[in-house]
Design a protein around this ligand. Structure first.
Ligand code: DI6
Ligand code: FE
Length: 394
């Protein structure tokens, strides 16, 4: 297939936009990118009439698979209920854990697919999906199996992360260390044996797991050769980003409370900063992630939805791009890199995220002329077509 008369944001080295260009696809790879006048005759051509082509978008941080929702809890809070009243009414993260445990794999797949479809409709071609609402070995594996199943149901690539260290479940209240030993680490071995896990995540926070507990999970992950990533410095600074960097983490995510020592550690390890404006917005957080600090130290920044029922009930990656610009003052070029090449780096994938020969033929074609339009519009879905692995789907 040859895409002709395209405007191409290659994300390759320079930020330059190629006008009136062609992209030659061979199988599931990009074979050639260049100006129309250099394109030899022949081939099955698709005229894009000047439309913008970007790499397929990559949502590198989601909790897409989960049971139930928290809409009633959202409503209770807005009607004045306190956090405690919401918790007593069975709300909060434990309600999602209960709903996820009660769901079958088929139930979880059926509720995840519409959310995934919303992402695909915005040009997503690779999505990361975490476990973390099962919190038993069997339920964590169940979530990961559903995440893998998504890839068989839709033209998308799924990267799975085991997030057993997400919350301490009620039956382990006050016994987080026992939960790490009896659930997190056994789940890691079991998921690895079943080829269900591509990376290992954790939530390092006062309300979740301490740096020492995360360190034990990460040490176990790395002994199996699995890369790690971490929810770090979201609500406070426990030095999670530096801990992640010491383990050569692919990413450290959220980072509102990151300090300079953490940014320096991330830069040294090549750890990507995953910026999640949807959770910032939903929590009405006021502490901004230190974007300037990350820029200054040359830490690559990705942008993702964090799609989860509690703190980011969103499936729109283009809305996350808009929020990253408006709330965090990131530039449209930075956020486009954040959902393509830097998001690929956050997943340890070097075969995608750029429009260049040899890269996977994962592309998004837009009813737009300039990349800034993608982060500028609110609530618009200017996708014209999506190509995953060389296959066009409109
Ligand atoms: N950080 C978050 O914002 C979510 N998880 C995490 O580690 C919250 C998850 C939830 O409330 O369901
Ligand atoms: Fe998250």
């Amino acid at each position: 297939m040859i895409l002709t008369h395209a405007t191409v944001a290659t994300l390759d080295q320079s930020a330059a936009l190629l006008s009136d260009s062609a992209i030659v696809l061979e199988g599931n790879r990009i074979a050639w990118v260049g100006p129309m006048e250099a394109l030899p005759a022949g081939g099955e051509r698709v005229d894009l009439g000047g439309r913008l082509v970007t790499p397929g978008l990559i949502d590198c941080h989601t909790h897409l698979v989960h049971g139930g929702d928290r809409a009633r809890e959202f409503e209770m809070r807005l009607n004045g209920a306190s956090y405690e009243e919401v918790a007593r009414a069975g709300g909060g993260i434990v309600s999602t854990v209960r709903a996820t445990r009660d769901a079958t794999e088929a139930d979880l797949l059926a509720t995840a697919l519409p959310r995934l479809d919303q992402m695909l409709a915005e040009g997503v071609t690779t999505v990361e999906v975490k476990s973390g609402y099962g919190l038993t070995v069997a339920d964590e594996l169940k979530m990961l199996r559903v995440a893998r199943a998504l890839e068989r149901e839709r033209p998308v690539t799924v990267h799975t992360s085991l997030l057993a260290a997400h919350a301490v479940p009620p039956e382990y209240a006050g016994r987080a260390d026992a939960y790490v030993d009896e659930v997190c680490i056994p789940a890691l071995h079991a998921a690895h044996a079943e080829h269900l896990v591509d990376s290992v995540d954790g939530f390092c926070e006062g309300i979740a797991f301490s740096p020492d507990q995360i360190d034990r999970v990460f040490t176990a992950a790395r002994s199996l050769g699995l890369p790690v990533r971490l929810h770090a410095e979201q609500l406070s600074n426990l030095g999670g980003a530096a801990l992640a960097a010491r383990h050569g983490a692919l990413s450290a995510d959220h980072l509102e409370y990151l300090d300079e020592a953490g940014a320096i550690a991330m830069a040294g390890a090549g750890t990507v900063a995953v910026i999640l404006p949807g959770a910032f917005y939903t929590l009405r957080e006021t502490k901004l992630p230190p974007i300037d600090l990350l820029r200054r130290h040359g830490v690559r920044m990705a942008v993702a939805t964090d799609c989860n029922p509690g703190t980011a009930p969103m499936t729109s990656l283009t809305l996350a791009m808009n929020m990253a610009c408006t709330l965090f003052r990131m530039t449209p070029d930075e956020v486009l890199a954040g959902v393509t090449t830097h998001a690929a780096a956050a997943l340890g994938l070097s075969d995608r995220g750029r429009v260049a020969p040899g890269q996977r033929a994962d592309l998004a074609i837009w009813n737009a002329r300039h990349p800034a339009e993608l982060s500028y519009r609110i609530g618009a879905t200017p996708l014209y077509a999506r190509i995953h692995g060389g296959r066009l789907d409109t």
